[in-house]
Design a protein around this ligand. Structure first.
Ligand code: CP
Ligand code: NVA
Length: 320
């Protein structure tokens, strides 16, 4: 259920091979370069978008992505409603949506809700963020690094902050692409142990590495890129104050970026809180590539849509 190739879903990057992730990025770059060539690829296809949480980037880029590829999207906003499974079961919802549309993007609190949708629906299910993972974000993040660096193997990428959904998908994509990934969190906020184990196995295969640390300055030393995300994710609003105290020493400031390599990049999935996880000078400064990443959400997701909903022979190369 979690493999783009075998099950036709994109729930997680964990079961995708390094080759499959590189292929999605290649397709995304082709679509970005020659977008007019793909204007009819999904003609007549419809996408359901069911979101339990707010969104700017994911919502716009999936909707625009479908339009760019000749299809259309229908949005169901559940952000002010009860979670999925309350009015009717998640499985019944999936059985309805698959009758009207050719794919489902879901943004949920519980990761289990996405797994249940994917398990039930006969059409592709795409994870548009759950409490556990944010795979579409990581595809855009790594695509942006490939654009900048060409070969990303051996590059040092440091994620600083909460070991959350964004972190889990980023570390998975990065190690599968052979990068040296460092995840720096305060004690007690480390990434999930199972995700870390997947990254260790991926790093063994690709020649990359995964290191966990709580020492900020040691972690960012000579980094090629530093990534951070909000300290309190959607659904953790009540912990905002407590987390601000725990994470206050992990803010990405100019001093932190000074310890990185010349020409290094600052990354963030957005939305950002200036003066908290990142200083204004860094996110609005010359090293920041946050809006390049936001732009690439569109291209990376068009690749995912094209590969999952488009004709099987549209692109050379497999996804295994
Ligand atoms: N980065 C991201 O997923 O943004 P949205 O929450 O606005 O979709
Ligand atoms: N970790 C953040 C990412 C938002 C795109 C959250 O889940 O709120």
């Amino acid at each position: 259920m979690t493999d783009l190739a075998s099950a036709g879903d994109l729930v997680s990057l964990a079961s995708l091979s390094p080759k499959a992730i590189a292929h999605i990025i290649d397709v995304a770059r082709s679509i970005k370069r020659d977008s007019a060539d793909y204007a009819d690829l999904l003609r007549g296809k419809r996408l359901s978008m069911v979101f339990e949480k707010e969104s700017l980037r994911t919502r716009f880029t999936f909707d625009i992505g479908m339009q760019d590829l000749g299809g259309s999207a229908v949005f169901l906003d559940l952000s002010s409603a009860a979670r999925m499974g309350t009015r009717e079961s998640v499985r019944d919802m999936a059985r309805n949506l698959e009758r009207w549309t050719h794919g489902i993007v879901a943004r949920t609190y519980r990761h289990r809700t996405i797994l249940e949708l994917a398990d039930t629906a006969d059409v592709p299910v795409i994870n548009g963020l759950s409490d556990h993972l944010h795979p579409c974000q990581a595809l855009a993040d790594t695509m942006t690094l490939v654009e900048r660096w060409g070969d990303v193997k051996g590059r040092k990428l440091v994620y600083v902050g909460d070991g959350n959904n964004t972190c889990h998908s980023l570390m998975t994509a990065a190690t599968k692409l052979g990068m040296n990934m460092v995840v720096c969190t305060p004690g007690g906020y480390e990434p999930d142990a199972e995700v870390t184990a997947v990254c260790e196995a991926a790093a063994d295969e690709t020649g990359g590495s995964i290191t966990l640390s709580s020492n900020l300055m040691e972690s960012v030393h000579l980094a090629d890129a530093v990534y951070t995300d909000v300290w309190a994710s959607m659904g953790q609003e009540e912990e905002t104050e407590e987390r601000a105290a725990v994470f206050s020493d992990y803010s990405i400031t100019e001093d932190v970026m000074d310890a990185t390599k010349d020409g290094s990049s600052f990354m963030h999935c957005l939305p950002a809180h200036r003066g908290h996880e990142v200083s204004r000078g860094v996110i609005d400064g010359p090293r920041s590539i946050v809006f390049d990443i936001a732009e690439n959400r569109l291209h990376a997701q068009k690749a995912v849509l094209a590969l999952l909903l488009g004709p099987a022979d549209a692109f050379d190369g497999g996804l295994v």
